[in-house]
Design a protein around this ligand. Structure first.
Ligand code: HEC
Ligand code: HEC
Ligand code: HEC
Ligand code: HEC
Ligand code: HEC
Length: 414
């Protein structure tokens, strides 16, 4: 009897310890570290981390992991701009950026500081836009501007595209048409609430719903989550599945962004290159958040010995002005659009370049490229981004990304 009571006692005190730790945040008795761990675990009970889904959805997980979505609160540019935002007058609304970059903050508004600390730490264990952040959305309220997601957190149910989902031990599944509709994406991609100063000008996609592609029945998923055949869950083979790498700036989709039609006319001393830029994108190109996003058309003329004899460019994007009348590359500071050259949905733009016909050569090369431009901003901001990146100045944000390229060798006939 006496011997038996010892383990008994340990048992009870263990139970008491657990109760105390669980109640700690309410009684304010736990250490700070315990509180943080607890609030994070409360968040993760409602929004299980993607690593919980990986076990059974390995393919989807690996695709998502390579996508920009998996780095929505990790990227050096995000962390540096978050700092700038929090230091600005608009930064009083601390949850702002997370409403799209880690949307579960909507359900945990009292935990904003945890989200901020995690993002700032650079290696957050908290998810940004991961599996649960999309698959627990039950409804998107389009009466709100931008539309707002409504989460279902009470049951262990995920929403998805299948009518005939196979049973499993982890969760129930409900088919929801929303998952094959643009509405699901619009709550984050339509317009940015932090750019309030801009009013209506803060629209990222333009008249996308009037485009030929959309009128012919295409949704965001058609292009950005292309259909393939594969495993939906480990062992569930030969299903129609959707690609979760979210091709955009990264991936093959960008080769379908635009067509370049180039005509060169030599008229004695002068040469004219006419470029028809046909956007095939059913929304603005580029989408103008972050505000430095721009696409650049570069012309490069190479004469004798492939030496560049002429260059010029056109920039497609938006230039914003802040309240002090300065140009700014932060939309949360913007009050006015100074210049708007974005390519509108499926727009065709004609650009003409005139330059002196190259000398001492029988031929010359015409090279035209369309690129996503690298990040721009003030020197301190760019230095901050560099410092936040483990790759420093080699971080991909500092490199242009080629969309399409045209090259031709032109003969000068005498
Ligand atoms: C909860 C908000 C949210 C929802 C919902 C959402 N996205 Fe995004 N998306 C983001 C954020 C934030 C990023 C930027 C991630 C980063 O790079 O930091 C992003 C990035 C992307 C990119 C990469 C863009 C690029 O520049 O390469 C694509 C493509 C994309 N999303 C498509 C979609 C599609 C399609 C849907 C609907 C099925 C969708 N997104 C739903 C927030 C969201
Ligand atoms: C309404 C939703 C929304 C809000 C609010 C929002 N973002 Fe974004 N953010 C996005 C989406 C969507 C993308 C991807 C855009 C694209 O690729 O076209 C993105 C991309 C970015 C990027 C480029 C990708 C990266 O991670 O480097 C940065 C930087 C960024 N956002 C910073 C911020 C900051 C800072 C705030 C708060 C001031 C903020 N965003 C608020 C939706 C939002
Ligand atoms: C940005 C929102 C978003 C994120 C993040 C996301 N999904 Fe999806 N997922 C979708 C949409 C939308 C569909 C339906 C696409 C369709 O059918 O056109 C889908 C489809 C699925 C399906 C059905 C089978 C298939 O592959 O199409 C599974 C399973 C799934 N997702 C699991 C996951 C898991 C696991 C993660 C995290 C690793 C994840 N999803 C992240 C939006 C998302
Ligand atoms: C124990 C294994 C297991 C785990 C863990 C698991 N799933 Fe699933 N999930 C499945 C199986 C099996 C299916 C059915 C696949 C099919 O029908 O082809 C499925 C289907 C889905 C679907 C499609 C539902 C539909 O009706 O379209 C989604 C979305 C999904 N899971 C998301 C998740 C998310 C998010 C997580 C992590 C929070 C997760 N799953 C964790 C096994 C699992
Ligand atoms: C007909 C195909 C198609 C449809 C439909 C489509 N897009 Fe795109 N989208 C593209 C192409 C092509 C690009 C440009 C190349 C690239 O970056 O992949 C692009 C680029 C993007 C980018 C990243 C680059 C940027 O300019 O900022 C985002 C984010 C994006 N689209 C979101 C969406 C959303 C949200 C929807 C639904 C409202 C949508 N797209 C519908 C084809 C499409």
């Amino acid at each position: 009897m006496v011997r038996n009571s010892i383990p008994m006692k340990i048992g009870i005190s263990a139970v008491i310890a657990v109760v105390v730790v669980c109640l700690a945040p309410w009684f304010d008795r736990g250490t700070f570290a315990e509180e943080v761990a607890l609030s994070q675990s409360t968040i993760e009970q409602a929004f299980p981390t993607s690593s919980k889904c990986k076990r059974c959805h390995e393919r989807v997980f690996e695709e998502w992991e390579t996508s920009p979505l998996s780095r929505s609160i990790h990227s050096p540019a995000f962390r540096a701009s978050l700092d700038a935002f929090l230091a600005s007058p608009a930064g009083k609304d601390k949850a702002m950026c997370f409403r799209c970059h880690a949307p579960h903050v909507r359900e945990f508004s009292n935990q904003v500081q945890l989200f901020i600390n995690q993002a700032k730490a650079g290696d957050p264990s908290l998810d940004g836009v991961a599996c649960a952040q999309c698959h627990l959305i039950k409804q998107v309220d389009r009466t709100k501007q931008p539309p707002e997601p409504k989460y279902e957190l009470e049951s262990k149910t995920v929403y998805g595209p299948y009518k005939d989902s196979v049973q499993n031990r982890a969760h129930q599944s409900i088919e929801l048409g929303l998952f094959q509709k643009s509405d699901l994406c619009l709550n984050c991609h339509q317009s940015v609430t932090s750019a309030v100063g801009l009013g209506k000008a803060n629209d990222l996609l333009g008249n996308w719903d009037q485009s030929k592609a959309v009128k012919s029945g295409k949704e965001c998923q058609t292009c950005h989550m292309p259909e393939q055949v594969g495993e939906s869950a480990n062992g569930e083979r030969k299903r129609k599945v959707a690609n979760h790498t979210f091709p955009g700036r990264i991936g093959k989709l960008r080769q379908e962004a635009a067509k370049l039609d180039v005509k060169t006319k030599i008229e004695g001393e002068n040469t004219t290159v006419m470029v028809k830029v046909q956007s095939l994108v059913p929304h603005n190109l580029p989408a103008t958040h972050p505000a430095w996003a721009s696409v650049v058309l570069d012309l490069d003329i190479k004469g004798k010995n492939l030496k560049t004899v002429f260059t010029d460019k056109r920039v497609y994007g938006r230039v914003y002005q802040d309240a002090k009348g300065q140009k700014t590359s932060f939309d949360f500071e913007a009050v006015k659009v100074l210049e708007d050259t974005v390519l509108k949905p499926e727009e065709m733009r004609i650009e003409t370049f005139t330059f002196p016909t190259p000398k001492d050569t029988k031929t010359f090369d015409v090279e035209v490229t369309l690129n996503y431009a690298p990040i721009t901003g003030t020197t301190p901001f760019l230095q901050r981004v560099e410092a936040e990146s483990s790759k420093g100045s080699q971080d991909p944000v500092f490199q242009p990304v080629e969309i399409v390229k045209y090259a031709e060798n032109v003969a000068i006939s005498k």
